[in-house]
Design a protein around this ligand. Structure first.
Ligand code: ADP
Ligand code: MG
Length: 289
């Protein structure tokens, strides 16, 4: 039996030297298909390069996804709009076209725990990654923990620079943890830096009138932050029920499965004991969950 031809070995070596690893992997298969299908030389080369590019794109996506620092990955398509009729699907699909990223606009997702704010934020972030944008996700409390205590610390400017860089910055969970004045001021600086320059998605379980309690009780600073966020902002207020609580009560048990589930229970109880305070953030009516 004949071994591989000289030309074959040479092509393999060239591909390896050019670091076209996937082309090496699929060379036999594509060459075989080319013979079967009587492809032209150009068609064969096109197919081989296509395979290489596909693998590289996939790898780039994985790297970008890792850099984005998502706690988990969900897509817009995985969002059950039928379960949450209060969410305007058209509006979300429009956001998924990423015009807001190009225009450096802001999206604010608000509503009680479990209604899919983080899911939609990550879903839009995934769309942005697929489109080739840089994305970074952080909860507000993670962000605050990394703020140096002293504004003259060089790390202050460094952190600002790092968070100003991504084309889309997602700040999740405004409202769970109150910030001290230093961290609140840092967030104000960050918002000023990104204003009209870099797109952002913010999620919050609190109405805007309550945001001052998150930002160290500073009404003036909070108004300045909200003024910039809302200026070119799209607000999506999700008024529905918690998806998590529904899943758990369906299963007949409430088991702590993820990092927010305790909050859900506490929040649901709190909201039951203060029924319909704002009309907006009611999680569940008795008997429904
Ligand atoms: P929030 O950030 O509003 O507290 P999450 O986005 O963390 O809520 O949603 C809680 C869980 O429920 C996640 O696993 C999310 O994927 C899922 N979820 C929430 N809403 C929906 C929905 N409408 N369709 C599908 N999954 C949902
Ligand atoms: Mg969330």
């Amino acid at each position: 039996m004949n071994g591989p031809s000289y030309h074959y070995l040479q092509v393999q070596e060239h591909l390896e030297r050019l670091k076209l690893a996937q082309a090496v992997n699929v060379l036999d298969r594509v060459a075989e298909a080319a013979t079967q299908g009587q492809w032209s030389y150009v068609e064969f080369l096109g197919k081989l390069l296509e395979e290489e590019i596909a693998v590289r794109q996939e790898r780039r996506l994985v790297v970008k996804q890792r850099l984005a620092h998502f706690p988990w990955v969900k897509t817009v398509d995985q969002f059950d709009f039928a379960f949450q009729p209060g969410v305007d699907e058209k509006k979300i699909r429009d956001l998924a076209t990423l015009r807001f990223v190009e225009r450096a606009d802001v999206v604010l997702l608000t509503g009680p725990p479990g209604v899919g704010k983080t899911h939609l934020a990550i879903g839009l972030g995934m769309e942005a990654i697929r489109a080739g944008y840089s994305v970074y996700f952080q909860t507000l409390s993670e962000l605050a923990d990394q703020v140096p205590r002293d504004r003259s610390d060089p790390k202050w400017a460094e952190r600002l620079r790092v968070l100003s860089y991504p084309k889309l910055l997602i700040i999740d969970e405004v409202g769970y943890v109150p910030l001290d004045p230093t961290a609140a001021y840092f967030v104000f600086m960050l918002v000023c830096r990104r204003y009209e320059k870099g797109a952002m998605i913010w999620t919050s379980n609190k109405g805007f009138s309550e945001w001052a309690s998150v930002f160290a009780g500073d009404e003036v600073l909070t108004a300045a932050i909200l003024d910039r966020l809302l200026h070119h902002g799209t607000v999506v207020n999700i008024r529905g029920q918690s998806y998590r609580l529904r899943e758990k009560t369906r299963a007949g048990t409430i088991v702590s499965q993820d990092r927010d589930s305790r909050d859900d229970k506490t929040m649901a109880n709190m909201l039951r004991s203060v029924p319909n305070r704002s009309g907006e953030f009611q999680v569940a009516k008795n008997g429904e969950n």
